[in-house]
Design a binder for this molecule. Structure first.
Ligand code: ADP
Ligand code: MG
Length: 690
């Protein structure tokens, strides 16, 4: 056999490229790279998706229909039906036999050689006497080779990479390189927290001797993921403790004037959070507050109050929204409120022609309030004295971006607004030391948005309702589906087609809005819709957040089963913003139970927090409401909602560490420091942070 990989791999370290391993050529290394693996260390972090319990080999004659089992036998016959592309492998154990069936898998054929021993794991199908397994996991043993039993790791695959290949590779690589990895966690902390040694944890994550050690291993590794993120966030948010924050004036004349000018009283929920925010604004400590409030709860008013407190104190304020369209909409809303008070506002979203003028005005301090997109954090934007930063619908923004904006002033007060409810501990960990306020309740007079699920055959009902709504002088949205493939492109096409079709029907004026339109056009359409020069807006999910047109009372969501709950809730939030009854039609023939349950949840619940709970039950954390937008997909093993306890411990540990050693300069923290630096520069938490 020549030199085995074991000898050839001598002298390699975890940081070496996997291409140095015998048997990893160009194709395999490409495929590994597609899964983020370049070095052996990366490979160690390619965690199994699950483990299969093969601790017991079941005799063929004992197999029960429907059970999961591992069996062993001699390969007796290999038959390939080239026409049907079906491979049948029969194994024998004494007088008993079992057939493994593989569809469209000609490549497997060569791996089965008659006379060799095969170990198969899969679901038993027993029709009649002969048991089958369709697409079992398999190992064909070389002479003298022993089967991998126990808890067998099942890895994620890419391209033509084979499970068998990876399992074999890992069996060589993991025990060799894992012990070479240093443990960044100081011994004292490891002991205090009762955590496993990291190298051992890595080995056991791949090859646990039993479930208990797998659980222990997972605990350690999840703790590490959280700790790394918590440290990164803390370090990034570090402000000079001696830096003077700004004292705003939340009882100033503009704030008073604005409150008097409002056509409605604040809701109790708004009053409550404004009180909390006021305290922060009055203090010299920089404010960092997360404002949670369901769609339509009136967060914008709170944002305006906060910004006016800055203006009253002689500072400037910036309002940042996730998309240009939204920034523009918010600008219009703000202008409506602020113009009557004699306050000028600027708009900055990139290539605008007026941008140059606005830039100068912001620098000279002649314009007190600016609304914009990420363009606001572009380096060219300078402020005379930035006192308050409001970030709307923060789930589209990362920590990093916010940190950069706040660096433009001398630690301005920061208000981050979101409609996505996330647990407090999670918010704290992801966003650093934020205080959390929550607007409870909606403005009075809000009618519930009647939510109706229609099948495709019933969709007429929705469009008839749109028609009558238009006749009454109200307006409607139609949201086009994501259809897979290049999501935005296909959605745009669907929207264009639908709008064209609807334009042919007399009786309504149809507008079209999607992300690929030039921004001038978008503004124009939005403007026409707002002025009621259009009756129906056919749009992509571009209208998901923030768009506020109170006379729109119907929203039709096509192929609603393709959207997540969070998105559906946000979309529904586009209607029912005035005092008229509103309706949301969800058009879908759901194909899975989950999709059906999502639609039912939408019909049943109006409250975003309730929906979040429901979402948690349906999907399990990870995919939950806005988690992806929050960037929390960056975790490999951690499940931020289920592992909340570990998250808390990691966060406390991070705080301890940073308190003692703010810059991680001490020698026992060097590995942690490196960890955080890597995290901030690239790698997993970079995803978390963007
Ligand atoms: P969101 O929290 O989703 O950003 P908005 O701030 O856009 O909600 O407010 C939704 C609508 O409710 C807006 O039309 C706003 O003018 C209105 N609104 C806000 N506060 C009140 C209030 N206290 N009473 C009545 N209407 C309000
Ligand atoms: Mg809003």
């Amino acid at each position: 056999m020549g030199k085995g990989p074991a000898e050839q791999g001598l002298g390699l370290g975890p940081a070496d490229l996997v291409t140095k391993w015998p048997g990893i050529g160009h194709t395999r290394s490409q495929e590994l790279e597609n899964m983020g693996v370049r070095t052996f260390e990366d490979l160690l972090g390619l965690w199994p998706r699950r483990h299969e319990d093969r601790s017991v080999i079941t005799p063929l004659r004992m197999l029960q229909d429907g059970e999961m089992a591992t069996v062993q036998g001699e390969i007796y016959q290999v038959r390939y039906d080239a026409g049907k592309k079906i491979l049948r492998v029969q194994i024998m154990e004494g007088m008993d036999s079992l057939t493994a069936i593989f569809f469209h898998a000609a490549w497997i054929r060569r791996q089965f050689r008659e006379g060799y021993v095969a170990v198969l794991s899969g679901k038993v199908e027993k029709r009649g006497k002969q048991p089958n397994m369709v697409h079992p996991e398999f190992q064909v043993l070389a002479a003298g080779e022993r089967p991998v039993l126990g808890l067998v790791p099942i890895y994620p695959l890419s391209g033509s990479l084979k499970q068998n290949f990876l399992q074999r590779l890992m069996r060589e690589v993991v025990p060799r390189f894992a012990p070479q990895l240093p443990d960044p966690l100081p011994e004292s902390i490891r002991e205090r927290e009762g955590l496993a040694n990291r190298s051992l944890a890595i080995v056991h994550q791949h090859f646990p001797p039993n479930w208990l050690s797998w659980e222990e291993s997972r605990k350690r590794l999840v703790f590490d993921e959280f700790l790394r993120m918590a440290l990164s966030v803390l370090i990034m948010h570090q402000t000079d403790p001696n830096a003077p924050g700004m004292v705003q004036n939340p009882d100033g004349p503009l704030v008073k004037k604005f409150l008097d000018s409002l056509p409605f009283p604040l809701t109790p929920g708004q009053i409550h959070v404004w009180k909390e925010i006021k305290e922060d604004l009055k203090s010299a400590n920089p404010m960092a507050r997360l404002l949670q409030g369901d769609v339509g709860s009136g967060k914008t008013i709170i944002a305006i109050l906060t910004m006016l407190a800055a203006v009253d104190a002689g500072f400037q304020a910036a309002f940042m929204a996730p998309t240009e369209l939204l920034a523009e909409q918010q600008w219009l809303v703000l202008q409506n409120f602020l113009h009557p008070l004699g306050i000028n506002t600027a708009f900055l979203a990139g290539k605008d022609r007026s941008a140059g003028e606005y830039r100068t005005a912001l620098k000279e301090g002649t314009i007190p309030i600016v609304v914009g997109t990420q363009a606001l954090i572009a380096d060219r934007v300078e402020f005379k004295r930035l006192g308050v930063v409001v970030v709307d619908e923060q789930h589209r923004f990362g920590v990093k971006q916010r940190a950069r904006l706040s660096q433009k002033g001398e630690y301005p007060d920061m208000l981050v607004m979101t409609a996505t409810p996330i647990p407090r501990t999670l918010a704290l960990t992801v966003y650093g030391d934020l205080q959390v306020s929550r607007i409870v309740g909606l403005p009075p007079g809000r009618k519930l948005v009647e939510t109706v699920h229609l099948t495709h055959r019933e969709r007429r009902i929705a469009y008839e309702k749109v028609m009558t709504t238009v006749k009454q002088g109200d307006q409607a949205y139609v949201v086009c589906p994501l259809v897979g493939g290049d999501e935005e492109d296909t959605q745009v096409k669907a929207a264009v087609d639908l709008a064209e079709g609807m334009k042919k029907v007399p009786g309504w004026r149809i507008g079209l809005l999607h992300g690929k339109m030039p921004s001038k056009e978008k503004t124009l359409v939005m403007d026409q819709f707002r002025r009621k020069a259009l009756d129906v807006l056919v749009a992509t999910t571009i209208i998901e957040v923030g768009v506020d047109v109170p006379s729109a009372t119907v929203i039709v969501i096509e192929e609603a089963d393709r959207f997540g709950l969070a998105q559906l809730h946000q979309l529904r939030g586009r209607v029912g913003r005035g005092d008229k009854a509103a309706t949301c039609f969800l058009i879908a023939d759901p194909k899975t139970d989950q999709a059906r349950e999502r639609l039912e949840a939408m019909v049943r619940h109006q409250d975003g927090f309730k929906l979040a709970e429901e979402d948690l039950k349906l999907r399990g954390p990870g995919e939950v409401l806005g988690m992806r937008q929050h960037g929390l997909t960056g975790f490999q093993l951690a499940n931020p909602l289920k592992d909340l306890d570990l998250l808390k411990r990691a966060r406390m540990t991070a705080r301890d560490i940073i308190q003692k050693d703010p810059q991680l300069m001490s020698s026992e923290h060097q590995l942690l420091r490196q960890w955080v630096r890597d995290a901030l520069e690239e790698g997993i938490p970079a995803q978390v942070l963007h």
